[in-house]
Design a protein around this ligand. Structure first.
Ligand SMILES: Nc1ncnc2c1ncn2[C@@H]1O[C@H](COP(=O)(O)OP(=O)(O)O)[C@@H](O)[C@H]1O
Ligand SMILES: [Mg+2]
Length: 298
């Protein structure tokens, strides 16, 4: 029989283990200045590549109102993060399994309602997210587009951010506007948050690098930090066909040019050293920062 003291000792030990950074998942936040540039497509396909490399991957859909990842994966989640926060659902119940065992969590209205949590609900959410950190090696967060408080908070709280840009002029100017707003926010730290650009829907591979150089020059000059460059994905009709088929391009058309390009991006991302100064903080820490940011606004 375990006595109470022993039970307590185990609990404390468990909690200590939970706060150890090696249990924290690698969180990658995907964002953009304008919508419709390929954030969700990238999130889904990069996740599949991580999964193929043997990683346990979860996609968290933080784009409120849009259900496009579900469509892309051909799944229908029953519950969302909001059910975990308010509806007494367990972590397992809000994770839906997709192709290659990629897990999916719909943010639902949960992200919106983070500021409504009571202290007990915060404790519960943090505990569940700590579980999630242990369950996953990689968590990909697909955010909404544009300069909203929610997107800013996610980016600021993340140590790795992928910024998706297309050659469309509005995509570039809106990406710059997002970075500019971010830079003005006193909670943003260029040391903590490493932002890398993905050029999507390019005609030539070299167009991607040109696009990056163009954006990075103004960022370096006016915002005083450096963007990373992850690579380019060409315009490919197989990409939209994949959505109609409800099967990610890496599975439905693995030999297409876009699929090949995504595999290259993924290899780079996989081999990329994670941001060092901050270390790996995980999803529980990220949400704890989000909740703090929201409560400050109140
Ligand atoms: N490289 C590409 N080539 C062709 N179509 C693309 C490409 N990337 C994305 N698309 C299409 O653009 C649309 C928006 O993509 P999506 O991933 O939903 O963007 P977001 O999540 O940024 O709104 C989808 O119909 C998708 O098929
Ligand atoms: Mg999307």
């Amino acid at each position: 029989m375990i006595d109470q003291a022993e039970q307590l000792r185990r609990l404390v030990q468990q909690n200590q283990n939970q706060s150890q950074p090696e249990n924290a998942a690698r969180v990658i936040t995907v964002t953009s200045g304008t919508g419709g540039v390929g954030k969700s497509s990238m999130s889904v396909n990069l996740s599949l590549e991580f999964a193929k490399a043997g990683k346990r991957v979860i996609i968290l859909d933080a784009d409120f109102g849009l259900a496009n990842i579900e469509v892309m994966l051909g799944i229908r989640p029953e519950y969302s993060l909001a059910d975990l926060m308010f509806g007494g659902k367990s972590l397992r119940e809000v994770i839906t399994s997709g192709p290659e065992n990629v897990g999916f969590i719909s943010g639902g209205s949960g992200i919106h309602e983070l500021s409504k949590l009571t202290r007990d609900q915060i404790t519960n959410l943090t505990r569940r997210l700590t579980e999630l950190d242990e369950l996953a090696d990689v968590i990909i967060v697909d955010t909404g587009a544009g300069i909203t408080d929610s997107v800013m908070e996610f980016v600021i709280a993340s140590s790795e951010v992928l910024l998706v840009v297309t050659p469309e002029p509005t995509s570039i100017t809106d990406a710059y506007a997002l970075l500019k707003t971010l830079n003005k926010n006193e909670a943003f730290s260029k040391e903590h948050t490493k932002i890398s650009m993905i050029a999507n829907r390019v005609t030539e591979e070299s167009d991607g690098k040109d696009l990056y150089n163009k954006l990075n020059v103004v960022v370096a000059k006016f915002l005083d930090f450096e963007l990373g460059y992850l690579g380019a994905v060409p315009q490919d009709t197989m990409m939209s066909k994949a959505i109609i088929r409800q099967q990610p391009i890496l599975l439905s058309a693995p030999n297409s040019v876009a699929a090949k390009a995504i595999r290259n991006l993924s290899a780079r991302l996989n081999g990329m050293p994670e941001p060092q100064q901050s270390g790996r903080k995980g999803i529980a820490q990220l949400f704890s920062n989000l909740i703090k940011a929201r409560n400050k606004q109140k």
